[in-house]
Design a protein around this ligand. Sequence first.
Ligand code: NAP
Length: 534
Amino acid sequence: MAIKTLDALVVGAGVAGLYQLYQLRERGYSVQCVDAAPGIGGTWYWNCYPGARLDSPSYTYQYWFSDELLNEWEWSERFPAQPEIKRYLEFVANKFDLHKDIQLSTRIQSAQWQNDQQHWLITSETGEQWQVKYFISCVGMLSAPNTPNFANQELYQGRILHTARWPQEGIDLQGKRVGVVGVGATGIQVIQTLADQVGQLFVLQRTPQYAVKMRNTKLGPEDHAYWQSQYPTMRHDLHHTFGGFEWDVPEAGVALAMTKEQRMAILEDCWQDGSLKMWVGTYPEILADPELNEEASEFVREKIAARINDPILREKIVPRSYGFGTYRVPLETHYYDAFNRDNVHLVDVKSTPIEAFYEQGLIIGGAPLALDVIVFATGFDAGTGALSKMDVHGIDNQSLTELWHKDIRSTYGLQVHGFPNLFTVAGPLAPATAFCNMTTCLQQQVDWITQAIDFLRDQGKSSMEPSAELEESWVQHHDEVANMTLMMQTNSWYTGANIEGKPKRLLSYIGGVGTYRQLCDELVANKYSGFNIH
Ligand code: NAP
């Protein structure tokens, strides 16, 4: 097979990959985008499980590069369901004729930096090869599914599904005994959706969540007119807030000077918004000060408790072992109400862990639980998982997988020392690893990468790579900010704790979207000082 020579290969055709392809093509680079999936959309292709829904407001979750696009697309809901977001991405791909440069059903297996030639040699599973100057990973931070390895799976005669590999054609679960393992943001969406669709639903919960009631609304012509009038300022303002949403947080310290009643009023106000504002829009101390975190945790516990009729169930479902917001906060609409149904059963797999499969289901705490279908809503090897699965080798044949197996490092989540011209959108140690409204962060990173590539072209240079010193200073800053919060005290995918043997570090930069953007802009203003440029 002939090797294809291009300026850039973009791996991943989700929100980031489509935009990166567009930006590079617009600037005259030869570029192709590949994706392992048979369709575009990334996360929004794979996660077609029942109830999959956006939890950023739709009008903040879009591309900002085209006025025409902003005017043409109208969202039907504040928090639309997965099919609508997939349709949006298809609409964008068709409008900007992106499909002609996208090759689907193509999984990259390896990438080797060839220092003499200053290019990457990238190889797919079927042996297809690309020789490119720039290898741009847009593989997503939550795209390598994590499935627990319970013994005797081969015995089980029912169906096993992972939410991130749900059959595109759907599956009829009517009348079935279904077990859902996991109550993260995904499990919650699945459980509240399946409760009245299946025969018996068993919720296999290890750690309960602080889910916030979502206030979803249909959007009509008046809403569209309103949001369109906001777009010119929003496209700028979103990039300067803490979370990449249309609202910001008050300054640090303000909440400490308030009375408890005043803080409660803020919490209630944000609760009524029915969005992630409750998580990242109240006041910064909620994620940093143990007492104020406990105050907010108690506020949310009371909201949850009021929804569950059975006092014994209530005790199990109201979280107490960690603080509100230190684990990604899910939104729900009727998750808690589902437990008031006769066909929904909570199984506490913390006190009685899942031990193994058997022919008809799972053995839990020594007892069999018969299940026709087992749904794993067990999350992902986040941040590093998808790229680590590729065999990526940089200078001196250094393996990225081995590096990240020992220590998860990056420079601003955009590049890694020792891997020239590898750019990582939503790589670890950036807000885009999931501490932001994703489209805001992804577009900012794509813009930064595009600008860096333009810089190399304009300067007649062939490669850039962060120095060890620059990387170390970013990692230190990242850790310093992380350690000022309570996030590291809670085990979750945020710290890599959900994957056995994964080095512990907060995967997302938590200094805020606006601050991060400013720091990235300073790298450009300083003409990439700290990068080795050849
Ligand atoms: P997750 O937050 O990692 O949750 C995984 C769940 O599986 C947890 O409840 C975990 O329990 C449980 N689990 C894992 N292994 C288990 C085992 N061996 N036995 C029993 N339980 C086990 O994954 P997720 O729910 O897929 O969410 C990941 C992220 O995706 C979210 O945080 C969010 O950022 C994103 N997401 C976004 C949306 C949206 O925008 N609408 C929707 C879904 C997901 P423990 O907590 O005890 O480990």
